[in-house]
Design a protein around this ligand. Structure first.
Ligand SMILES: C[S@@+](CC[C@H](N)C(=O)[O-])C[C@H]1O[C@@H](n2cnc3c(N)ncnc32)[C@H](O)[C@@H]1O
Length: 337
């Protein structure tokens, strides 16, 4: 039995009842989300599912636009999972992994910005950006040009939903751009033209760049994922670069109903082999990847950290060791030449 004091975080008041903002019930927003539910495949919808997680953990992610972008259906589904976890006094409440992941990328992005920022505008490229709102959320991007790359349907829908937030209403949503510039690049990163599209949108290969690959690599085939990483590595020979990415290990992609493809058990070996340096790998629950949200020593993430990474199955209970690795790496002309 877990000591209640060990459980973290304390459930926020809105977990006791799902109260959605009135903006979600306007005709325009309802129509847009109805189209998502009826027309989008699971891959596209993963953008809204992720936003739902961030919305229900907004007390830590501070993502105030996530509810609008997630929509009622996804929010309700996610909320039901949280309710069930709370009822069962689960050691890990649904979405905690998303909350930690969001905060990890935020903190590493902030550090990368202060490392790479010079007089020039820094470029921040989000591949598979989905409903990410960092351009509106992070003050550290005030001298950055943010590029959001995703399928046309996702980016067009995102723009339409955000447009709804700008219509003057009694309960006004606050939407202020924090980035210096934002460009949305409609592209499939499995193709070969996404870089050209990025450049057409103003990306300059010679300028310092932070690449963010959050929740995207495992949706690609192994061949496509490696190709994307190699492409970024090639650009790292031209300028200072920081790459932030999350990787699933093999057991994570083997769960039933999983649609995940690419996995990597040793991203800390893969990235140097592609030309990156200074690779640092964290697991959920590590000191830089827990943000006070995983204090229970017996929760799944803390337990996994005690099992060697080469072990695929928990020797105590036979469950697969599903890990998510949070990885940062750098590249620069001097190191790679
Ligand atoms: C799980 S969501 C993550 C979104 C965002 N990075 C976040 O953390 O909120 C995955 C996103 O990757 C996008 N995506 C998947 N495959 C893609 C591809 N081949 N090209 C461009 N975007 C892709 C999906 O449309 C979706 O928006």
């Amino acid at each position: 039995m877990t000591n209640e004091a060990d459980r973290s975080p304390e459930a926020p008041p809105f977990w006791s009842e799902l109260k959605l903002p009135s903006l979600l019930y306007t005709e325009g927003v309802q129509k847009l989300h109805a189209a998502i539910e009826s027309e989008w495949d699971p891959l596209l919808r993963s953008a809204c599912q992720t936003a739902a997680g961030r919305a229900l953990w907004k007390h830590v992610t501070n993502d105030m636009l996530a509810e609008l972008l997630a929509g009622e259906t996804q929010l309700t589904r996610f909320y039901q999972k949280i309710q069930k976890d709370c009822f069962n006094q689960a050691r890990e409440v649904s979405g905690v992994i998303l909350a930690v992941r969001t905060l990890w990328f935020d903190s590493k992005l902030e550090a990368a910005v202060s490392l790479l920022n010079n007089q020039e505008v820094l470029q921040v490229v989000l591949l598979g950006a989905g409903m990410d709102t960092r351009a509106y959320r992070l003050n550290c991007l005030s001298n950055s040009h943010v590029f959001e790359v995703d399928f046309p349907q996702v980016l067009q829908m995102k723009a339409s939903l955000l447009q709804e937030a700008t219509v003057p209403r009694v309960e006004q949503q606050v939407m202020e751009m924090k980035a210096k510039m934002l460009s949305r690049v409609e592209a499939d990163i499995r193709g070969h033209d996404w870089l050209e599209k990025l450049k057409t949108s103003g990306f300059v290969p010679e300028k310092n760049t932070v690449w963010i690959l959050e929740g995207i690599l495992y949706y690609l085939s192994s061949c496509d994922a490696i190709h994307v990483l190699k492409t970024i590595a090639a650009y790292s020979t031209l300028t200072k670069t920081v790459v932030l990415a999350d990787f699933m290990n093999k057991p994570s992609t083997m769960l039933s109903n999983s649609t995940f493809q690419f996995y990597c058990d040793w991203p800390d070996e893969l990235l140097p082999s592609l030309g990156f340096s200074d690779v640092k790998l964290s697991q959920i629950g590590d000191p830089d990847a827990q943000f006070g949200l995983l204090n229970d020593p017996l929760n799944m993430f803390n337990k996994l950290r005690t099992i060697p990474r080469s072990v695929d199955v928990d020797p105590e209970n036979g469950t697969p060791c599903c890990r998510l690795y949070l990885v940062q790496a750098t590249g620069s002309p001097s190191r790679t030449s």
